[in-house]
Write a protein that binds this ligand. Structure first.
Ligand SMILES: C[S@@+](CC[C@H](N)C(=O)[O-])C[C@H]1O[C@@H](n2cnc3c(N)ncnc32)[C@H](O)[C@@H]1O
Length: 281
C-alpha cells in the first residue's frame, strides 16, 4: 500500500477539527474520501510526504490555512438558483421597497456568495427596476469565507452552466443586463458591477460597520453548521435585517428546528418577527 497517500482515521479527525476551527463547517465522519480527493493534490503539490506533515504545515502557515479553507468549502452556485426566490424578490420585495422607502437605496447582502452568481442575479433584477424607476437605487454586498471565490466573484466572468439556465429562461432580461458572449464569457453590466462589491467574511463573526439590509440571502450554507452555530449566525443576520427586510434560505434548509426570531412568509422566505424555533409557537 502507498502509505504516503493514506489518510489515517487520526489524520481525518484532525483535518475535520481544523476545518471546524477555520470555518465552523462540520464535515461528516463518512466524508473521508471527499477530504482525500480535495486535499491529496495539494499535499502532493507541496511535496509533503504524508498527511501528518500537511497538518503541521496548515497549523503553522496562515497562507496554507487559507488554501485549506478554499479546499474544504463547497462552492456550488449558479445564476437564478431556485426561481421561486427570484420571483418573490423581483415581484414582491423590490416593488414593496420602492413604494415603502422612497429616496433610500435598497441594500442586499449575499451572505455566502461563493463565486458571485447570487449577488449578480440580484443585481440584474435590481438594475431592471432602476431603469423603470429612476429614483430607485441599490447596493449589493457579497461575502464569503474563501478568498479564492471572493476573487472570482470580483472578476465576475461566467461561462456555461453558471449562466445557462438564466440565459435560457430570461433571455430578454439577460441580454439587457449581461455583456459578453458564450465563447468569451458573460459579466453583468458596468452599472450593476459599480453597485456590487465582495469581501471575505466568516459568518461566525460579526459583520462590522454596516447598516441593516433589506434582503439577506443566506442560502445553501446553513446545512454545513451545527444547530448552535446556525442559531448564532441567524441571530446576527436578524440584527442586520431591516424591520421590513426579507431573509432567503436554501431550498433544502428550514428554520423549523432552530430557535430564531424569524417568521415564515413562505417556505424558505422569512421576515423579522416572532420566534419560529422549538420554543416558538
Ligand atoms: C454552496 S455555496 C452557496 C452559494 C450561494 N449562496 C448559493 O446558494 O448558490 C456555500 C458557500 O458558503 C461559504 N462558507 C462556508 N462556511 C462559511 C463561513 N463560515 N462564513 C462564510 N462563508 C462560508 C463557502 O465558502 C461557499 O462558497
Amino acid at each position: 500500500m502507498d502509505h504516503s497517500t493514506t489518510m489515517s482515521d487520526g489524520d481525518f479527525a484532525k483535518l475535520r477539527a481544523l476545518a471546524y476551527d477555520q470555518t465552523g463547517i462540520t464535515i461528516g465522519s463518512t466524508r473521508k474520501s471527499m477530504m482525500v480527493s480535495r486535499l491529496r493534490p495539494r499535499m502532493r503539490a507541496l511535496g509533503l510526504p504524508d498527511y501528518r506533515s500537511y497538518i503541521t504545515r496548515i497549523t503553522q502557515d496562515p497562507g496554507e490555512r487559507k488554501e485549506f479553507t478554499d479546499r474544504v468549502t463547497t462552492n456550488e452556485t449558479y445564476f437564478y438558483r431556485t426561481p421561486r426566490v427570484w420571483s418573490y424578490f423581483n415581484e414582491v420585495l423590490v416593488p414593496a421597497f420602492i413604494e415603502g422607502s422612497p429616496g433610500r437605496a435598497m441594500r442586499v447582502w449575499s451572505a455566502a456568495s461563493s463565486t458571485g452568481e447570487e449577488a449578480y442575479t440580484a443585481g440584474v433584477f435590481l438594475e431592471d427596476h432602476r431603469i423603470g424607476t429612476t429614483t430607485f437605487d441599490y447596493t449589493i454586498l457579497g461575502t464569503d469565507i474563501s478568498s479564492r471565490v471572493v476573487t472570482t466573484a470580483t472578476e465576475g466572468l461566467y461561462k456555461g452552466r453558471p449562466v445557462a439556465r438564466f440565459k435560457a429562461q430570461h433571455a430578454e432580461l439577460f441580454t439587457r443586463h449581461m455583456v459578453g458572449s458564450d465563447e468569451e464569457g458573460w459579466s453583468v453590466s458596468k452599472k450593476i458591477k459599480a453597485r456590487t462589491r465582495f469581501q471575505e467574511h466568516n459568518l461566525l463573526k460579526p459583520l462590522a460597520n454596516t447598516a441593516q439590509f433589506d434582503a439577506i440571502f443566506l442560502r445553501n450554507v446553513l446545512i454545513y453548521f451545527t444547530s448552535e452555530d446556525q442559531e448564532k449566525i441567524l441571530r446576527h443576520a436578524r440584527s442586520l435585517l431591516h424591520p421590513n427586510g426579507i431573509l432567503f434560505i436554501g431550498e433544502s434548509e428550514s428554520l423549523k428546528h432552530i430557535d430564531t426570531d424569524f417568521e415564515q412568509v413562505e417556505p424558505i422566505i422569512y421576515r423579522a418577527g416572532q420566534r419560529t424555533g422549538p420554543s416558538g409557537a
